[in-house]
Design a protein. Structure first.
Length: 896
């Protein structure tokens, strides 16, 4: 082993020895060599870089040394960090021109190497050449490079062509826009020629792959006009397809699909003349082995791109025709040829994943039996192998790491895009696939595509899907996995097609569906959760119908059975009500049923009253748990139950409040308001802020439902209205209650308490905007009764203005200023007393002057609030003036 002596050696010899030593396994020797290389870099950069390039150009330089020399040379000039690019450029430009020329000459000589062992370093060398080109070509230097590279393409050496193409790949990745058009044309022609070149052995395959990678970067930047030219696009696409079809190499086919994706993304119709061969390549790509998945991914991406472009074109046509049909896609026939292989590839992939999953379960059981220590060693080995592969991440790695759901997503996303493009034409193809596989062991996988063909086809085409799913859900022989998936797809049908649309089809038996869903709400969780989702989407389909109180829907007869079934499914466990997280999907379905129900129908009204009674009972159970010792999970579940129950109560009270007061529902709600409010107020003491906000909204709904009768219950609410429990939502609800009660004499004492709490709460920064704007809301609500609060409120507004200026937080300051303007707007609107009103008007004027002089930042929302307040001022001043004149006249007359 040769070690650097203490004698002076020339730079080239020193680098030769140091590179060899830096590649050794001896840590000490390697560390010394690396330090010496760093010294040479710092002492004489020009000769150091020249020496590195000389090492690269020599055939006899060992491969490891060549790779290291290339890396050091590249890193000496290119840090890889955009922020330091200028530093690297300055380093290169500071070199003597003669040194630059020698380095460039040496780099180009490396391309001519015929040594197969040098291929690992060729990409690094290509990057170095491209990096130097990135510096010089924009400065009109090294103009002969492109000509030299194109000239290399006419040489017989495959290794020279491959190395040259790698340089072109990186050049077009970094600086394509500074090349002249004629240079690009010559390069493009040369690259296409290599893509089309007859297969002549392994070197030819490597050249073709390098040519396709270079072409990919060229296609990303060339003018769209070149693709629009029939000859240009046809030549490019034909060459790519021809090169892919002639080769058996997976990487070549993958690179070809990448090129086609770029063409499709820019001018997809240019693929039409070549679709027959593209379909053929697609069928082949979809059948690849498990270790070649990246080809399949790239193939699917091509069809995704074609479909997206077609969808955009159809949408533009429909807009131009003002909602008229955009016509069928010109790719319909080719998509029909693609869908079947896509589905078959999906099913095969799913089967393999299922098989691997079972094998993994067996292996896991074996590992557990072998003991923890050996298992840990195996895991360590696995981590090492994975981390070693991470250095060159590609689609293979991604596919190996994805879960089953992600694999499904790749295929089904493509099917969904194809469906939106093909519309009705896709349904028979998918139904054929389903029927061919529905009776086999893979029937759960076979029906999955049905959930992704629901956007595009007509209702009549999709209607037969519903009875098929219903039969599978009804079959007692089906496993829970199949039943659950069928229920999920049924929910997707109701979500994307619309329940109120599809049930009108003659093949859809709505009563049968509802009876089945009610029954299956008690199924195992894997099934019942999907059933709740289907119920939710059925109800959501009737939102428009719910706007008409005179119209009864097909859902009405099933409202009470559905409520009973969902209540039963979500019943709390008596002994441990908080141990298991609540099933939020049942409450979501219940909420939607309540939202779309016609409250004017007696049976619906009774059902909602019964629902409220049950939820009241459950919420009482939850509230009792406030004082009990709980685990963190139980406390979290308790808070979620509070949110769900209060949300359902809020909706129910809103619905019952919409009914006429003569209806029994309104009286029932009014009579139970006191008990209900007491329970809701106890939730205001919850540790969960979301629950406190939700219960505040429920209290607001109760106030709206019973109107002015809520005044007699205000003493209860005021006990729980304090600074500790304030939130923007709670403040907003209290403002709404003020509007409801208005000027009722019995609640006048309440205003003092409310205002006192707001005065104290304004010290909290997060509450300031809400409280400031609430002053205006309350002023509008209670009118003249607000006049006594004007002096302290004006003082609070001035204090808030001064505080935000001192704080210096611009975002918070903008919110405060906007809220102050809203407060002035509300006070001017609500106050009728001239003297009091004039004070508010003057205070507003002073605030505007101060705001203009002290605030540099101008926000649109603040400006709009200011304009609203200022625009109201003249009208209110006029009204106050008229009122003042009347009062003066009355006073003059009374003195006569």
């Amino acid at each position: 082993m040769e070690v650097l002596s203490s004698e002076a050696l020339d730079m080239d010899q020193s680098i030769d020895i140091l590179l060899a030593n830096a590649c050794q396994g001896d840590d000490n020797l390697r560390s010394i060599a690396e330090g010496k290389l760093k010294q040479l870099h710092d002492l004489d950069l020009s000769n150091f870089l020249l020496g590195l390039s000389s090492q690269l150009s020599r055939e006899e330089t060992p491969e490891e040394s060549s790779i290291l020399a290339g890396i050091i040379l590249k890193n000496s000039l290119d840090s890889g960090e955009p922020a330091l690019d200028d530093l690297g450029s300055r380093k290169w430009l500071s070199l003597d021109p003669s040194i630059q020329s020698q380095i460039k000459e040496n780099l180009l000589l490396t391309l001519e190497s015929n040594c197969d062992s040098r291929r690992r370093s060729s990409k690094i060398i290509a990057k170095v050449i491209a990096w130097v080109a990135c510096i010089e070509i924009p400065r009109n230097q090294w103009e002969e490079l492109i000509g030299k590279l194109v000239g290399n393409m006419s040489m017989p050496s495959s290794s020279l062509k491959q190395a040259t193409l790698e340089v072109l790949e990186y050049v077009f990745e970094e600086i394509p826009y500074v090349l002249k058009e004629d240079q690009v044309d010559v390069v493009l022609a040369s690259v296409i020629n290599e893509v089309k070149m007859e297969e002549g052995g392994e070197p030819s395959s490597q050249v073709r792959l390098a040519a396709l990678k270079a072409l990919l970067n060229i296609l990303k930047f060339i003018e769209l006009a070149k693709l629009e030219e029939e000859s240009g696009s046809s030549s490019i696409v034909a060459a790519v397809c021809d090169g892919a079809s002639r080769s058996k190499e997976t990487k070549i086919k993958e690179a070809a699909f990448e090129c086609l994706v770029v063409v499709a993304s820019r001018y997809h119709t240019k693929l039409l003349p070549h679709m027959e061969i593209i379909v053929s390549l697609t069928v082949e790509a979809l059948k690849v082995k498990e270790d070649e998945e990246s080809l399949r991914v790239q193939c699917i991406e091509l069809w995704n791109t074609i479909c997206r472009k077609e969808i955009n074109c159809r949408e533009e046509e429909e807009e131009e025709e003002e909602g008229g049909g955009g016509g069928d896609s010109i790719f319909i026939g080719h998509l029909c040829s693609f869908v079947q292989p896509l589905l078959e590839a999906y099913l095969e992939k799913e089967k393999n994943l299922e098989k691997e999953k079972k094998e993994q379960e067996v292996i896991s059981m074996s590992v557990e039996e072998e003991g923890e220590e050996e298992g840990d060693d195996n895991l360590e080995d696995m981590d090492i192998s994975v981390s070693a592969e991470q250095e060159g991440v590609n689609l293979d790695d991604i596919w190996e790491q994805v879960e089953d759901e992600s694999v499904q997503d790749i295929f089904m996303t493509c099917l969904g895009l194809a469906t939106r493009t093909m519309k009705d034409k896709v349904v028979p193809l998918v139904m054929k696939f389903v029927h061919e596989n529905i009776n086999g062991p893979s029937r759960m996988m076979a029906i999955y595509p049905l959930g992704f063909i629901l956007e595009g086809p007509s209702v009549n085409q999709l209607a037969p899907v519903v009875p098929l799913l219903v039969r599978m859900m009804e079959d007692p022989q089906e496993g829970e996995g199949v039943r659950g998936r069928a229920a999920w797809i049924l929910g997707r049908v109701f979500e994307l097609v619309g329940a109120n649309r599809i049930i009108k089809n003659e093949v859809v038996d709505f009563p049968r569906i509802m009876t089945l869903l009610i029954k299956m709400s008690k199924d195992v969780p894997q099934v019942s959760i999907e059933v709740y989702g289907a119920i939710y989407f059925i109800a959501r389909g009737y939102r428009e119908d719910a706007k008409s109180t005179s119209k009864s829907s097909e859902l009405t007869p099933f409202v009470k059975p559905l409520i009973d079934a969902l209540l039963s499914a979500s019943e709390l466990v008596k002994e441990t009500p908080f141990r298991i997280p609540p099933c939020a999907s049942t409450y979501k379905a219940l909420s939607e049923i309540v939202r779309v129900s016609n409250i004017e129908e007696l049976e619906i009204s009774d059902a909602l009253i019964g629902l409220m009674s049950q939820i009241f009972r459950r919420l009482s159970t939850v509230v009792k748990g406030h004082g009990e010792a709980m685990s963190s999970d139980e406390r979290k579940n308790c808070g979620l139950l509070e949110v769900l129950h209060c949300g359902l109560l809020e909706l129910s009270m809103k619905q019952l409040g919409r009914s006429n007061f003569e209806v029994e529902a309104a009286f029932t709600l009014r009579d139970s308001a006191s008990c209900l409010l007491l329970l809701l107020c106890r939730v205001l003491t919850s540790d969960n802020p979301t629950a406190r906000d939700r219960v505040a909204l429920a209290i607001g709904a109760l106030a709206h439902a019973i109107g002015c009768h809520f005044g007699q219950h205000m003493p209860i609410l005021l006990q729980y209205f304090n600074v500790k429990r304030l939130s923007p939502v709670y403040i907003g609800v209290m403002c709404s209650i003020c509007h409801i009660l208005g000027k009722e004499e019995e609640v006048v004492p309440s205003w003092d308490h409310i205002m006192e709490v707001l005065y104290k709460g304004i010290q909290e920064l997060s509450l300031q905007p809400s409280i400031l704007s609430s002053f205006g809301e309350i002023a509008v609500a209670i009118g003249d009764k607000f006049e006594k609060y004007v002096p302290p409120v004006l003082e609070k507004l001035r204090e808030a203005e001064a505080a935000h200026l001192k704080l210096g937080d611009e975002d918070h300051g903008s919110k405060v200023r906007e809220s102050i303007f809203k407060a002035y707007h509300g006070m001017m609107e609500g106050i009728n007393d001239p003297k009091c009103g004039m004070k508010v008007g003057m205070a507003l004027y002073e605030f505007i002057e101060d705001d203009q002089s002290n605030t540099k930042r101008r926000d649109t929302s603040v400006a709009m609030a200011g304009v609203d307040a200022l625009s109201l001022l003249p009208m209110r001043v006029g009204a106050w003036s008229e009122r003042l004149i009347v009062l003066m006249k009355e006073g003059f007359i009374s003195r006569q």
